[in-house]
Design a protein around this ligand. Sequence first.
Ligand code: SGN
Ligand code: CA
Length: 689
Amino acid sequence: MKTRISALALAALSVSAWSGCTSVSGANGKPDLSSTRPNIIFIFSDDHATHAISAYGSKINKTPNIDRLASEGVMFRNCFCGNSICGPSRATILSGKHSHANGFMRNGNRFDQSQVTFPKQLQAAGYQTAMIGKWHLTSDPVGFDHWIVLPGQGQYYNPDFKTEAGRIRKEGYCTDLTTQFALDWLSYERDKDKPFVLMCQHKAPHRSWMPGPEELGLYRDEDIPVPATLLDDYRGRGQAVREQEMSISSHMFSFYDLKLIPTEAEQKNLTGPDRWWKGMRDRMTKEQLAAWDAAYEAENRAFREANLQGDDLVRWKYQRYIKNYLRCVAGVDKSVGQLIDYVDADPELAANTIVIYCSDQGFYLGDHGWYDKRWMYEESLRMPFLVRWPGKIEAGREVDALAQNIDFGPTFLDLAGVKAPDDVHGESLVPLLTGDAPQDWRDAIYYHYYESHAVHQVAAHYGVRTDRHKLIHYYEPNHGYWELFDLETDPDELTNVYDDPAYAAVRARLETRLRELREQYGDTTGELGGGEFHVTAGIASAVPSGNGWRMRANTGGGYLLRTGDPLRGKTSLECTMHPGDADKPGNGLIIVTGGHPRRNLFRGGVDFQKGQLILMRNMKRIQTAKLDIGDRPVPVRVDVDLEAHTIRASSGGQSVEAALPKDWAEISAYGYGAGNCTTRFSDLEIQRE
Ligand code: SGN
Ligand code: CA
């Protein structure tokens, strides 16, 4: 047999020789893959839970192509995200850092492109880099030789794509188009003399779970097994699980989510995402729409006639949801097969290419009665992570060691022989690809979710998970409690044993471990000023500072409010404010509300960027005035007159005024606000007349 050495392999050899860091065997006698400079195809999907992958033991579907990666490569059994939501997971993968450190804590944040990322480093080290599909980081991709991405969440049918040259609309189904762009880049566009990293990132199976034309007919006459916790009553756990808005029973929309067709009368009263129902259909071609309607018509008719109620209705919704979800998964699985086949058709490429399958987080597939993600519970915490490299990685291996999405960047860099920045949080998984985890491998993973008071209403929390236990802290002032689960005796996490004396030692150990991890990763977010503030939104931290507070907001409308001491008649609220981040100053605001503390807010304060005094109602600016802002703290005063129904904000000789709702009898909550920044506030001085 003739052995051929490809140009790629030669290039890899010469670089290795030059950098002098290739060793033939690692510490445990297994081949060391560090600095081997393989190509990397990173196939990534959105919201694909491990329990919908047969290799991971799915009871509800088969994924033959993803399973090939497991049988021909290594499957990580315990890979977890650090913040179970889209943008944050992606930002963590690019940066190798947890959310608080890369700055992308919740969807809608803007990825700070000035930071070091693994694509930038690989590009500098001679790799070709390409990013295709869902991106969702607000700022455009940087560090890629080629990119074509979906704007925002993207569309399933005939989606728009953003490219460096502008926006284009492509006819077809999103998963197929993304795959085709990836194959085209591999075939025609890349520089075949260079190693490459290709990120092929699918939108599917994200909500609203719209299957492709080829998958519409799957599972039609089957009943998908129901998860044991579909009708969970949330006993044995804290208040957050009861407050969520992600249940199949109450928070699924008939037309957008469940694909029913509204009657003419119903069309006049669409609410929530159901309002997008028509837009979704309007994107489709006549043929696509005809196939779509034909797929659901008979079932929809039968459903209307059956007039199901109670648990029967929940079970029907579950079937409708899960089948569509699994159809989308089948489309992704097909894509994985196409990409593997492409690689395998060229032996040289196959010999030099690592193929990975992964998804940004897990998902609830009816577990706990839910769809969506966000929680630190297993179903959404877990990520699939499968790696195939024939000839280099033993086929059919499984890794139990705790891995996290912070590790991916450092792993890719290690493979390429590039040093990861000293401040990354992750570790290279390269030793685990071929052998046992090093003796000192991590014994716990860290988690922090921030996006509270947003879609699905999941409270902010952080926590630690070891191989057996999980400790979660719901730290917002209106929650403020802990959960501890024993995953061995209670794998579904139904019983909080935090106060169980039998677990006192475990609890103490995990509390210590959590403190240590927060220190190790430098996470000071998640401290919200104790009992001082009862209502919060979009706040990453609020810590006492001097005679006031230093507040970091991770969204445009972040606030901290005090309640319980209503203000009547005429009141003035005064404080000085100062931008805490010199490089990205945001807003500082005094906030009052006489209505629902989350819905009807007036804010008066300073836009430090624009040099303006501002008065806002909810998220809208209603008055502004130019302000001369120097380098010193800016004094702001807000006068509320509940007899004249006016509010006035003043600073530096300027003032702006607006009318207040006539039905406000008192100010029921008041406090500070900031937007996407850190602001320092002196304590609020309140004067009543
Ligand atoms: C959208 C979805 C939510 C989902 C978020 C985040 N609603 O808002 O159900 O939780 O995205 O998803 S939808 O009606 O627009 O589909 S993420 O994967 O991007 O984080
Ligand atoms: Ca996602």
